[in-house]
Structures are given as C-alpha cells and as structure tokens.
Design a protein around this ligand. Structure first.
Ligand code: SAH
Length: 342
C-alpha cells in the first residue's frame, strides 16, 4: 500500500505505468485530490470503474485525527493532530494581510536541543512521512474551508533532518494541477545544518530559506544552540552566501530577542557586521516564554533599541509583532501540555 498524499505526480505516473495504465491519469488523480478534495476513487468520475479495485488495493487515503484546536483573538488557529501511530503533532494557521499561511511540523519531537525551545524537550521519535506533511495542509483546509496560500516549514522538528520528505512535500504543494502553492510562497527554516543548506541551494524549486540565527557570535550561539558546535558561523555564513548567490533569493534571518542573552546594542552592531553585504532580511521576533526554561522575553525598549541600531546601520529589518501569544503558540507548547495530561 502507498499513501496517496505522499505521491508526487511523477510517483503516480510511475505507478500507473507499473499497472499498465495510461500515465496521463496521474494528472487527473492530482486534480481530484487537490482541486476537488475527492476522498475516494469512486468519486473520480473520469477514472474508469474497472480500475477502481486495483487503485483501492494499492493506494491509501489517510487522514489526521483532530484532537483539539485553539483559536486566538488575532485569528491564529492551532490544531493538535493525532497520527496513525498515536503520535501528536501541531499545525498552526495564521491570517496575514497577504493570505493564509500554515506552519507545519516536520518531526515527532526534535533532536536539535536549542535551549530556549519547548520542542526539544521531547527527543525526536521519528520523521514525518511526506503524506503526513501534505495532510497538515489538507486537514486545515477541510476544517476551516480556507484556501492556504503560504506555507512555512517552521513547526516542531528540523526540516533539514528530514530532507527528502520535506522537499517532496514542497514539490507536491507546488504542482500546478494540485494545490498550486507558489514557490515563493513557501519557506523552509533551519537551525543551520550546513551540508543540507548547500544541497538546498541546488533544489530546482525557488523556495525561500530562513535561518534561525539568534546570535551574532559563536560564544552566544553555542550557548543556546548546540548545532553551532558542529557548524559554527565560519561554516554557516559561507553556506548561506552560497544559497543567496546560487538562487538569487533573499535570505530570511530569524532572530528571537531574549533578555540579557542576545538583545544588547553591542550585539546588534555585531550582527550587522556579520551580515553586512548579504542579501538578507532580519526578522526580529519577541521570544515566547515557555514554562520549562528560565529565558525571558526581551523588554519592549530593548527590542526597539535593537531594531533601531540595525536600522541605523542600514540593515533590512523588521520587528515582528506577536501572533497567537494567548494560545500556547510557541513551538511545542500545546503538544507538551497535552502529553503531560496523558
Ligand atoms: N528547526 C527549525 C524550524 C523549527 S523552529 C529551525 O530551527 O529553524 C521555528 C522557529 O521558532 C525557529 O527560529 C526557532 O528558533 C523559533 N523558536 C523556538 N522556540 C521559540 C520560542 N519559545 N519563542 C520564539 N521562537 C521560538
């Protein structure tokens, strides 16, 4: 059995060839699945009846079970889904002026161990399969009736530690006969797995890259992000430059502001030196406090001062407003709460 939501058009084509059927049917299947949200082969009226038993034998329609849902005042909705094997994952829908974006989870737990993050408290149990990534988008659309226009791969897990499944997922979302989510409307965020950044630079789809930088130097970065010990800035920065040069795309730099850790004026200056000359856009994000660690959100004055310093230095920067902070929107919080209750 194959999971149909995990198959690209190419995979479905190969499957049809393997059962001596016309490969063009793969496109019809994609249209039924993603344009008309068909839930069975019986609904697919242009697929001949005699073919149905074979398709039903080989291809599986999965769903994710909705466990609970939290809606914030600003319209952000957080879904907790149960996978077939009982594991729980979070998916977040956000409403922006440019459309609706979904933040997807890529792994059950995470092994990166960032000190400030609630996700890393539960070690990685497994990677999500491609169909489980695609289903997060499908289920959110079904449950809300909203058409998702943007996807950010910034939920629990490290996407570059689940590289092949994540890239196939992006390819399926982009299919012009399916969901047709634009390449430029998709962003993958990494904590900095350098070899995969080089690989990603050669990926044919023009998808965006975000780097979770969070520090202007190795001393601070290694304190809060263990990955920095394997891939320090001297390795990371050249990889990011390669991505920018090869793809001609602007890099997003994520920087969460934590009080007394990375929010001083001196550090803002250091950050601007580090990124000078790169086609990068710095996204300053207020830290979402979690119960499990002592880190505190940088106070408003510090955030503003950090922003002003970067701005004065000519950097491309925004100070992000908080979204969904009334609903455990910080990564992993809903899931870790639920698991404590069990
Ligand atoms: N592993 C990937 C993607 C998942 S984390 C990565 O590291 O980029 C998505 C983003 O949320 C990262 O920038 C991460 O550092 C940040 N993050 C994690 N915990 C947070 C918290 N409590 N408050 C604000 N941002 C947080």
């Amino acid at each position: 059995m194959k999971h149909i939501y995990g198959m690209s058009e190419e995979d479905i084509k190969d499957y049809f060839i393997s059962i001596d059927e016309k490969p063009y049917r793969s496109r019809q299947i994609i249209e039924w699945l993603y344009r008309k949200d068909a839930r069975s082969f019986a609904e697919m009226t242009n697929i001949k009846k005699s073919l149905q038993p074979t398709l039903e034998r080989d291809l599986l329609f999965d769903e994710l079970e909705l466990v609970t849902k939290q809606e914030s005042k600003d319209g952000t909705i957080k879904f907790l889904f149960k996978l077939n094997d009982g594991n729980l994952i979070e998916t977040v829908l956000m409403n922006h002026d440019y459309g609706y974006s979904v933040c997807v989870t890529t792994q059950v737990g995470c092994n990166m161990g960032c000190a400030f993050c609630a996700s890393g408290l539960k070690k990685k149990k497994r990677n999500l399969e491609t169909f489980e990534l695609v289903l997060q988008i499908i289920m959110v659309q079904r449950l809300t009736g909203i058409k998702v226009s943007h996807v950010v791969v910034m939920g629990i897990g490290e996407p570059f530690d689940n590289y092949d499944n994540v890239l196939k997922f992006l390819e399926i979302l982009n299919n012009p006969f399916g969901l047709e989510i634009g390449q430029r409307h998709m962003t993958v965020s990494t904590c900095g797995l350098v070899p995969k950044i080089y690989e990603y630079s050669n990926f044919p789809l023009q998808v965006n890259l975000a780097i979770s930088l969070h520090a202007p130097n190795d001393v601070v970065r290694s304190q809060i992000m263990p990955i920095n010990k394997s891939y320090p800035l001297a390795k990371l920065i050249p990889a990011l430059k390669e991505y920018i040069n090869k793809t001609n795309r602007r890099l997003t730099v994520e920087y969460i502001l934590i009080e007394g850790v990375n929010d001083s004026v001196e550090q803002a200056n250091e950050l601007s030196d580090l990124l000078r000359g790169m086609n990068a856009y710095i996204n300053l994000i207020p830290y979402n406090e979690v119960l499990e660690n002592p880190f505190k959100r940088s106070p408003k004055e510090n955030r503003q001062r950090f922003y002003d310093t970067l701005k004065k230095r000519g950097m491309n920067v925004t100070l992000r407003k908080e979204q969904g902070s009334d609903i455990d929107a910080a990564c992993g919080q809903l899931r870790s709460k639920q698991m404590k209750n069990e």
